[in-house]
Write a protein that binds this ligand. Structure first.
Ligand code: ARG
Length: 572
């Protein structure tokens, strides 16, 4: 079905085109009318006529039939008010559509989403939280839109640190090491290795030899390496479960997966004449990239010691994703500090002919999570803040809040609910912040039932569901007629009709916060409506109309939250 916005936009476009082809009507929701078209002023400048006159021309050419009425306001704004007929037909269609008017794409794409990507034997930190939460929301939105999502958890499971990690494992003894890793004490393990590496020359030497053995494919070394990987991956899986993200073990395709493809990367780049030998290191210099001193910046493909690094692996991965996985689109959900790496990666991949112009590659970057002191979020001892710890604390606090509110749920049910609330609190704060901006990790604010929070939206949804639990007879929205006589009803209805537009914008710009803004606005419209318009105590057609608005609002909140990876409990 065509969204209300698109319906108006296409009619307006025709009228604007008749004055000057291609002119943008600049259609927006408005608080002075249902919608407003603000494009007349720019158009007037373009054709060199007074705005009022141009507004008259547009209105004269505008065929709105019975969709809406139009009025010229101020210097040339067009105020549009929808007809009751449009409200009725659109809202009824939404009612009978499980997707609430959100269409599936008719040209499904294969979208590779590279997200989460923690590092073996290292604690997952808040940067991985952001990548995981944002990546998962994008995955859900893409699947819902009808695209095929291939998630790639590009785990850091290879490289020189494994020399010291394996030696440390041997020093501790396998059993003790496994015990430490399996309780998720990754940081203690990593630190232990690091400290020895820095203080002890003998250990350093052993570690170096171990790296050589690992790269040479030594069987015993690989067995030990695998212990580290398996233990860490099992721990990551627990975190994903606790967070309720859709990543599965099949999505774990770590850096080591590309080892066999690295020689070929070098070969192909060399054959294409793109490799420059710089002090023994093999590099590509993509045009346009310079350092602070204006010298060309290399992408190091193979180091002087013949080892491969992060860049080489990403080159192999992009090649594999385009030619092997047949990706139409690749999204890298990684923090902003890696922006240059990705720009260079795409540049080199395009130079090598591995990345056709029509494959969309996007670095979905994001800002930092800050502590209450507005500095980088660190634990009291200055180390990494454990994600699991944060989540557990959020669950505990949410549970305490439920008890304080006099929750009548059994303890296991209450913990389940507290878990849903805690996840919502953490995920929603992350997703509702404009991606590139930093935010402060403040559990009290995140968990609040008031304000722009996940729990507030969950609560609005649960309140709506409770209305239906109190009904004495089954309710059918099909019987409702939308007269929308009170302004609060009309505002709520307009909010409901705006879902497709909100989803499209959030989805096409890869900005989940736009969907959050929409949902929060809708919840507020509902609150205003609910204060002004009695539902259960009204009668007849009015009651049916209001119940239908409530039902659509509940479904919209539930669907919107699910696209963000947030559950909408029936009762809170
Ligand atoms: N493991 C890396 C980190 O922790 C992130 C990897 C992102 N993905 C990629 N294809 N480079 O910083």
């Amino acid at each position: 079905m065509t969204s209300t916005y698109d319906l108006l936009a296409s009619r307006l476009q025709k009228a604007f085109d008749s004055v000057a082809p291609g002119a943008d009507p600049v259609l927006r929701p408005s608080d002075r009318s249902d919608y407003q078209a603000n494009g007349v002023m720019a158009l007037a400048k373009q054709v060199g006529k007074p705005p009022r006159e141009v507004a008259e021309l547009v209105v004269g050419a505008l065929d709105l039939s019975d969709i809406a009425t139009v009025e010229i306001a101020g210097p040339g704004f067009l105020n549009l008010n929808l007809s009751t007929k449009v409200f009725n037909s659109q809202l009824r269609e939404f009612s009978s559509d499980a997707r609430l008017g959100l269409e599936k794409t008719n040209s499904p794409k294969t979208v590779v989403i590279d997200y989460s990507a923690p590092n073996v034997a290292k604690e997952m930190h808040v940067g991985h939280l952001r990548s995981t939460v944002i990546g998962d929301a994008l995955a859900r939105m893409n699947r819902f839109a009808g695209n095929t999502v291939i998630a790639r958890n590009h785990i850091g499971d290879w490289g020189t640190p494994f020399g010291m990690l394996i030696e440390h494992l041997l020093d501790l003894g396998e059993d003790k090491a496994v015990a430490e890793l399996s309780i998720g004490d990754l940081d203690t393990f990593y630190k232990g290795a690091r400290e020895k590496f820095e203080a002890n020359d003998d250990f350093k030497q052993r570690s170096r030899l171990r790296v050589v053995a690992l790269q040479g494919g030594d069987k015993e070394t690989l067995r030990l390496w695998k212990i580290l990987v398996d233990q860490s991956v099992a721990y990551f899986a627990e975190v994903y479960k606790k967070l309720d993200v859709t990543l599965t073990p099949d999505d774990n395709v770590g850096e080591s997966f590309y080892n066999d493809m690295l020689d070929d990367v070098v070969k192909d780049l060399t054959a294409k004449g793109l490799i420059t030998d710089s002090d023994g290191a093999l590099c590509v210099f993509p045009p346009g990239f310079v350092n602070r001193d204006d010298e060309p910046l290399p992408m190091i493909v193979q180091k002087r010691d013949e080892g491969f690094g992060y860049a080489a692996t990403d080159l192999a991965a992009i090649r594999n994703r385009v030619s092997g996985l047949k990706a139409d689109e690749i999204l890298y959900v990684v923090g902003t500090p890696q922006a240059q790496h990705f720009d260079m990666l795409y540049a080199v991949a395009r130079m090598a002919g591995w990345l056709p112009q029509d494959v969309r590659c996007e670095h979905v970057s994001f800002g930092h999570v800050l502590g209450p002191d507005r500095k980088m979020f660190k634990s009291r001892s200055g180390g990494t803040v454990k994600l699991v710890g944060l989540l557990d604390e959020a669950i505990e606090r949410a549970d305490a809040a439920l008890v304080a509110r006099g929750s009548e749920l059994s303890e296991p049910d209450r913990i389940l609910l507290a878990t849903d609330i805690a996840r919502a609190a953490i995920k929603y704060t992350d997703l509702s912040t404009e991606r590139q901006r930093d935010y402060i990790f403040d559990l009290d604010r995140m968990l609040a039932f008031e304000g722009d929070t996940g729990p507030y939206l969950q609560y609005a949804h649960a309140r709506l569901r409770s209305i239906f639990r109190r009904l004495d007879a089954p309710f059918s929205a099909a019987d409702a007629t939308f007269a929308l006589e009170s302004p609060q009803e009309r505002q709520l209805a307009l909010g409901l009709l705006a879902l497709p537009e909100a989803f499209d914008v959030a989805f096409s710009t890869l900005q989940p916060h736009k969907l959050c803004t929409y949902l929060f606005d809708l919840a507020q419209r509902f609150t205003t409506f609910y204060e002004a318009c009695p539902v259960l105590s009204s009668e007849g057609a009015l009651r049916a109309e209001r119940l239908a608005l409530c039902e659509l609002t509940a479904r919209t909140l539930e669907l919107g939250l699910s696209l963000l990876g947030i559950a909408a409990p029936q009762q809170m």
